[in-house]
Design a protein around this ligand. Sequence first.
Ligand code: PA5
Length: 447
Amino acid sequence: MQKISIDISKTGSFIAPGDVKKLEGDVLACEQKLHDGTGAGNDFLGWLNLPSSITATELKSIKDTAARLSANSEIVVVVGIGGSYLGARAVIDALNDSFDFLRTNRKAPVVLYAGQNIGEDYTYELLDLLKDKTFSVVVISKSGTTTEPAIAFRVLKELLEKKHDTAGVKERIVAITDESKGALRTLADREGYQTYVIPDNVGGRFSVLTPVGLLPIAVAGFDIDKLVEGARDMEKATAPGASFDENPTNIYAAVRNLLYRSGKTTEILVNYHPKLHFLAEWWKQLYGESEGKEHKGIFPAAVDFTTDLHSMGQWIQEGERNIFETVISIENPKYKVQVPNDKDDLDKLNYIAGKRVDEVNKMAELGTLVAHVDGGVPNIRISVPELNEYFLGQLIYFFEKACGISGYVLGVNPFDQPGVEAYKSNMFALLGKPGFEKETEAIRKKL
Ligand code: PA5
C-alpha cells in the first residue's frame, strides 16, 4: 500500500537527541488508552473504527441519495457549521476543479454552504441566487439546535416552500442529525424528510467519515468508496502493535508535543496547493477544539504558500521564535503546465523555460524549508503522493488519530469542547432568549 509519510528530520536541531525515543512509552500508553477506551472522553471514540465499520450498504445508500439530489438540483446547499461543515468542504475543495463554479459541462451540482456564519449579506445573496435555480438542502446538525445553521435552514426552507408543494419540499431536504433527540430530529420526523444519523459516540470534528462528510462529498461527484478505503488503510497501518518508528500518528503526536514543551507554542500548517485551504481550516478546528483547554495547547494556524510567503513569510522568517511548521507536500500534480520560452525574455524567466510549474513550486517549497529551519522554525513534512480521494482518506484518519493521541500526551480531554459555550450563552442573553434574563442583566453591565 502506498501511503502518506512523515519526515521529522528537520526538527532534529530543536529537540534534544533521543527525546522522541524517550517519549515513546508515553505515546504508546496514550495510544493504548485510546484503543482501550480508558481515557477522558471515552464515550466519543466511535470515529476510531469508522473506516473499518462503515458497510457497503451504508455507502450505497449515501450514493443513491446523492444521485437523487443531483438529479433534481443545479445547486445543493450544505447547511452546517464547525464539525458539521468543515470536513465536507475540505474534501470537496481539495478535489474540485478550481473554477468549477464557472464550468458549463459539470457532471455534479454546485455545492454551496450556508449556516457556517450569520452574515446577513451572505444570506441575502445566497437566497437571491437560489430563487431562480433548482436547489436542494442537506442540513447537518448533531445537536439540532445550533443557531447559525438553524437560521440558515429556516430561510432556505421558506424559499423551498415558496417554490414547491409539500411533496416537492420533502424531496429536496435531507437532514443529518441525532438519532432521537433535538429540534432537527423532531422536525425531520414530523415532515418526513430523509435522514441520516450522526452516531452518539462521534463528535462533530471527527465526523467527516460519517454521512456528515460523505453525503456532501458524494453530491459533489467524488468517490466516497475510495475516501473510505484510504482511511481504512490508514486505520490498519496505525493499529496498535505497529512499530513506533513506522507509525506516523505516533511520531507526529510525539514530535509536536516535544516542540510544544520546548516553547514552540504555535503550529502552522503549510500547503503549497491552493486547493488545501479548507483542509487546513478543518485541521485547525480538529486540533484547536481538541487541545485548547485548561490554559494549555498548541495554537493551530495555517498559511497557503507561496501566496502567504508574500505576507506572513516575513513574520515566519524573523518574528517571535515560538512557531513550528507542518508542511503538507503533494508529490505529484494532476495536470502538466510548462513555463513557456519567450523570445524577448524581459522577465528573465527563460532559465526555467520548459520546466513544469510544479517544479518551480517544489523549489519554492525546498528553498522555504531551508530558510525557515535556518531562521529557527522546525519543520515537519507530510508527503502525500497525489491529491485524490484515497490519499485524502488516509490524511483525514492520520490527523484524527494523531489528534486523539496528542491530546492525551498533552494531558487534556481531546473530545469535549466546554469553551465554545461561553459566547453562545452571552449571545442568547443579548438576544433576549427566554430563560436567559439573569445573564442579560449581568452581561449588559460588562459592555
Ligand atoms: O466539533 C464540534 O463538536 C463542533 O464544531 C460542532 O460540530 C459545531 O458546533 C456544530 O454543532 P451541531 O452539529 O450540533 O450543529
